[in-house]
Design a protein around this ligand. Structure first.
Ligand SMILES: Nc1ncnc2c1ncn2[C@@H]1O[C@H](COP(=O)(O)OP(=O)(O)O)[C@@H](O)[C@H]1O
Ligand SMILES: [Mg+2]
Length: 317
């Protein structure tokens, strides 16, 4: 069946305020510190992934929730300008647009998030017509969106019934419980895309390969799990198959905000081409690495040609 959309992304949409400095620690006691750079840009794991996929040439729609305010309008306009269809996004009255302040240092980063309208999104906000038009449905930031989480098994199940595949990037759980009904979602998920820390926390083990195996086992037999390991690349497992390990290319990192989301887009672009796991991981790792070229989540994102050129020679171990 031909479908008008490659990818429907459901999840968090918000601006990121990125504070970049070799040492971005704030000083309390009403002290003012001068830092290198403060930039307002597109944020939200799901939205950064949607923009990355559009940059790769996929036809992408985003469903998320913003408030009826300047930050919400600015963010949706910026996302639309990157070729993502935002007509299915919801404007929630009486709740501000969510926002993150990211303190991006030389080695590490800290994130302060007010979820605002992010937490208002429900699975029932996703237009059925969009689900029917999509080849794949991806959701991000599971633990920031309890209302969406509750309806996600139903949404993913409906997407699958309509012939689409599904993926989930859980992202971090600020509550530290790593549950929120995830098991029911995994039963309807084709691809799970956590980073290393998230995978270990979700699986309750201390090794990424074991985590991949444990999580794949929770996915109804054939789920693919791809775990992002920062400068160490990624490891993936499909169902009960052997683990595949892909080394990251050496890159000059400006900052790694959104690298995991660009990775998701690269993985899904190759997945939609029905490539084998090692090829999906190579395109994913290439997209993750290239996204670190610029400050913030979206400005370094790769074109398809750039990503394929870097992915081609990468080794799968
Ligand atoms: N320093 C780096 N060097 C090369 N590639 C990187 C680097 N940091 C991230 N990447 C790429 O981006 C992907 C995702 O980054 P990671 O930091 O693991 O995810 P997340 O953003 O979800 O925490 C990695 O798997 C890797 O391919
Ligand atoms: Mg992530």
């Amino acid at each position: 069946m031909t479908r008008a959309l490659d990818l429907l992304v459901v999840g968090d949409v918000n601006p990121d305020i990125v504070v970049a400095d070799p040492d971005p620690q704030p000083l309390f006691g009403q002290a003012e510190r001068i830092v290198d750079t403060i930039r307002l840009t597109i944020g939200g794991s799901s939205t950064i992934a949607a923009c990355a996929a559009a940059r790769l040439g996929l036809r992408v729609a985003l469903v998320g929730a913003v408030g009826d305010d300047a930050l919400g309008r600015l963010t949706l306009d910026a996302v639309a300008a990157r070729g993502v269809d935002v007509s299915g996004c919801r404007v929630v009255q009486g709740v501000p647009t969510g926002a993150s302040v990211i303190l991006a240092g030389a080695e590490d980063r800290a994130i302060l998030t007010a979820t605002g309208a992010i937490g208002e999104l429900r699975a029932s906000d996703v237009p059925e017509a969009l689900v029917r038009r999509a080849r794949h449905v991806h959701a991000g930031s599971f633990f920031l969106q309890p209302r969406l989480a509750a309806g996600l098994p139903g949404l993913f199940g409906a997407a699958r019934s309509a012939g689409a595949t599904t993926s989930l990037d859980p992202n971090f759980d600020p509550d530290g419980r790593w549950d929120a009904g995830l098991a029911a979602v995994l039963a309807e998920t084709d691809v799970l895309l956590p980073n290393g820390g998230e995978a270990l926390a979700l699986a309750g083990v201390d090794d990424p390969v074991r985590a991949a195996r444990v999580l794949a086992g929770r996915g109804g037999g054939s789920m693919t799990v791809a775990i992002k390991l920062g400068p160490d690349g990624a490891v993936g497992v499909r169902g009960e198959g052997d683990p595949v390990d892909v080394v990251a290319p050496a890159v000059d990192v400006v900052d790694a905000i959104g690298a995991g989301d660009a990775f998701d887009a690269g993985f899904l672009a190759a997945w939609l081409d029905e490539r084998p796991l090692d090829a999906c991981l190579r395109l994913a790792v290439a997209c993750g690495a290239l996204s670190t070229r610029a400050l913030g989540g979206v400005d370094g994102q790769a074109t398809r040609d750039e990503a394929e050129a870097l992915a081609g020679p990468l080794a799968a171990r």
